[in-house]
Design a protein around this ligand. Structure first.
Ligand code: HEM
Length: 254
């Protein structure tokens, strides 16, 4: 564990604070960040200290800096880089309090690798779907954006941003796409099987806990898709996008 201190002297404090309120969203999602705090100097206006507790300097410099969380974080705070007076890592020498015990469980979305991981997954998956003799015909006229929309859906389900709800009509739209399609168990099985192949192919985390949770949702969701697609089905027309968690086997962290 290592603490990074960044000292700022900024000309427009209100804008700076607002930018940090946005920037901490991706920062807090980063598994390398254990804690953060932005403090305003009580004696001198415009002076701030940002304290970030990282798992390690390497976790910060290689893990976080190479991640999409950093890209999102940096987009918010970039205008203030020139206002930095000091930015260094410190190791605690004497302290009263216990070190931070740990951070809350990562979401399945974070564990998978964020939005980019789901986009890779669905691009590869629908590439195979198009060529499949059992389910290819169902998708022969699909919207070219379909792989990306399903990536947004999965990302939201697994704890990522609610973009499918905001940009694509949420649950109601997804449901409307399955209604009346008369999907069969054979088609469902093939859909699941090709998705699991794609998960291996794009290197989604292969640990038992992640894959069990991932497969749990896919099993549930595909069975609902089949049920809802039958003639005469009366599923709820409005509902929130489901949020899926780790279930009984939380992430293994030695
Ligand atoms: C967990 C399971 C599933 C999820 C999360 C899912 C998700 C979605 C979503 C989000 C859409 C709408 C995309 C948009 O916004 O336009 C959609 C459409 C569709 N889904 Fe599913 N689906 C699932 C299972 C299945 C299964 C098992 C089948 C068939 C075997 C299927 C066939 C289709 C088809 C044919 C469309 C319309 C595609 C188009 O023409 O654009 N889905 N699905």
């Amino acid at each position: 564990m290592i603490v990074e201190y960044i000292r700022y002297r900024v000309p427009r404090p209100e804008e700076f604070e607002a930018a940090y309120r946005r920037a901490v969203v991706p920062l807090g999602r980063a598994p390398q960040c254990l804690d953060y705090e932005l403090s305003r100097c009580a004696d001198e206006p415009g002076v701030y200290i940002l304290r970030i507790v990282w798992t390690s300097a390497k976790g910060h410099l290689e893990g976080f800096r190479g991640s999409e969380h950093f890209t999102e974080f940096f987009a918010e705070i970039k205008p203030y880089v020139a206002d930095i007076e000091e930015m260094r890592h410190y190791e605690a020498v004497v302290r009263k309090t216990e070190p931070v015990a740990g951070k809350p469980e990562p979401t399945l979305f974070d564990w998978a690798g964020g939005a980019a991981a789901f986009e890779r997954l669905t691009e590869t998956f629908y590439g195979h779907v198009r060529e499949d003799e059992v389910i290819g015909p169902l998708f022969a006229h699909m919207d070219p954006g379909h792989p990306r929309y399903v990536a947004l859906w999965l990302a939201e389900v697994f704890g990522g941003p609610d973009r499918y709800t905001r940009e694509r009509g949420g649950y109601a739209h997804m449901l409307s796409q399955h209604l009346g399609r008369h999907l069969t168990e054979r088609q469902r099985r093939r859909w699941v099987s090709l998705l699991m192949d794609a998960a291996d192919e794009v290197g989604l985390p292969a640990d038992p806990e992640f894959r069990a949770a991932f497969a749990g949702y896919i099993e549930w969701g595909t069975r609902l898709a089949v049920q809802n697609s039958q003639p005469g089905a009366t599923p709820p027309l409005q509902a929130p996008v489901p949020r899926w968690g780790w279930g009984v086997a939380p992430p293994y962290r030695p």
